[in-house]
Structure formats: C-alpha cells, structure tokens
Design a protein. Structure first.
Length: 255
C-alpha cells in the first residue's frame, strides 16, 4: 500500500496557506511512482457559457454552459489571471434557455445574469454579489423561450438593452430594463434586419450601443442611442460574413 504524507507551508506574499498532498512510494519503488492529487476540481469542457469581466477585482466571472449532456452546467467559476477557481454558492440561477447572458452594470458596480427560465419562460435577472447569486427581477411578459439574444449595459442611460435572438423563430425585438422594469421599444424605420447571430457592445465614447450583424451578404454596423437605430455607412474593407461573433469596446483607443 502506498503511504501518504501531508505538508503545509506558508506563502507570505498573498497570505495563503497551501496544502500539498502526495503519495510516498513503498519500499522497492522509485520516486517516479509518486502521484500528485488535485486539490481543486478542474473547469470541465463546455460551450456557450456566460462570462463577464470584473475590473475592480481583476477577475473574470463564468457561469454555466453546455457540456453535451441533458443536465448541462449550472456552476460558477472565477479566473484570477492564472487559473480558474470554482465558487460554491448558496443560490444557483435556474436553468435558462441558451444559458443566459451576463452584462456589467458600471453604475452600481455589479454583474447581472439575464435569461429566460427553461421551466416556464419567466425572464429573470440575477445579480452577482461577489460570493453568491441573488434573484432581483423576473417578468413573464417578455418573449417566450427566448435565447441567443445579446445584451449590453448603457451607462449613460443606466439601462440594460436586450436585442435579437430566437423565440420560436428569429426575434428582432428590442427590450430595455431599468429601475422602472421592462419596456419593449416599438419597431421603427430604420431597424436592423437580422436578429440572429448578432453581437453588441456599448461604446462609452459615443454613449451608444453598437450592433454588428450580417445583412444581405455583408457585415453591417448599427448604433442605438436610446431613441433611434442608425445604420453606419463605411467603405471597404469589411470583415468576411459571419455569425455568432463577439465584439468588445476598447476604452484605451476609443473604438
């Protein structure tokens, strides 16, 4: 039988006590027979997870995802710059169509998880407190079985904007959430033609929401200012046609 030895040592810089556990090889066996024991569970392979940066903490938050099984994932992880760390929470957001989407509320310095509950299509908003999830809003009036949408936080208007996705078919509805609850924006002209496979980001320099989508075989850019959609006209080159991309605003270069 292999013998097990446990050692402790103190790391004075991050004030962290580490525990190292390893097997001591029995007599007659080489030291190469020693085995390391993982103390934290690894981040399991998955797709379609929701992620969001937390600048103040220097971390990235990840929730859920599709692991190829019927149960999928409902766990929370944090990236600290060098490794993924699992976070055990007292509350777990309900299973959602498409696993939900996260946005960062810069005004109140919080992360919000938005999604349509799988069980009854109730649209929910969960807030991340830093250690746990808290349900702060739910509404049955939004599109049923809604997923694959994108969402951003408009810091100038202190509003969450949700657009596009799938709800029994392609969805081109625009909804906004603020202190007064949810409201649907009536469609006017012009309006983005495509609601599937879109990507959105908030351009704080312009104080507008930017949307990128494919339309009639070419990539288009739209801006939402809280009142009207404005299609941007620009000369080639254009990115090759694609869907399901991701975009982000670079504040250092204002683009």
């Amino acid at each position: 039988m292999k013998r097990r030895k446990t050692s402790f040592f103190f790391n004075p810089l991050p004030w962290l006590v580490l525990v190292v556990i390893f097997h001591m090889p029995p007599p007659g066996h080489a030291a190469s027979d020693m085995e390391w024991i993982r103390l934290t569970r690894p981040l399991t392979p998955r797709s379609n997870s929701s992620i969001c940066a937390i600048p103040a903490a220097g971390t990235i938050l990840l929730f859920g995802g599709d692991n190829g099984t019927e149960s999928n994932c409902s766990d929370t992880w944090e990236w600290d710059g060098t490794r993924w760390n699992p976070i055990d929470t007292d509350h777990v957001p309900d299973a959602m169509w498409g696993h939900g989407t996260m946005v960062r509320d810069d005004t109140l310095d919080r992360v919000l998880l938005l999604g349509c509950r799988f069980a009854d299509s109730m649209f929910q908003i969960w807030e991340w407190t830093g250690t746990d999830w808290t349900l702060i809003d739910e509404d049955a009036g939004l599109p049923a079985e809604w997923y694959l949408f994108d969402a951003v936080y408009d810091s100038a208007r202190q509003t969450v904007c949700v657009f596009g996705g799938y709800s029994g078919g392609e969805c081109r509805e625009l909804w906004e959430w603020h202190a007064g609850g949810w409201s649907r924006v009536s469609e006017t002209s012009p309006w983005p033609a495509d609601g599937l496979g879109i990507a959105m980001a908030y351009h704080s320099g312009l104080q507008k929401t930017m949307l990128v989508c494919e339309d009639q075989g070419r990539m288009e850019v739209w801006y939402w200012d809280g009142t009207l959609w404005e299609k941007q006209e620009f000369e080639p080159p254009r990115p090759p046609v694609r869907n399901w991309m991701e975009i982000a605003y670079d504040p250092d270069r204002d683009r």
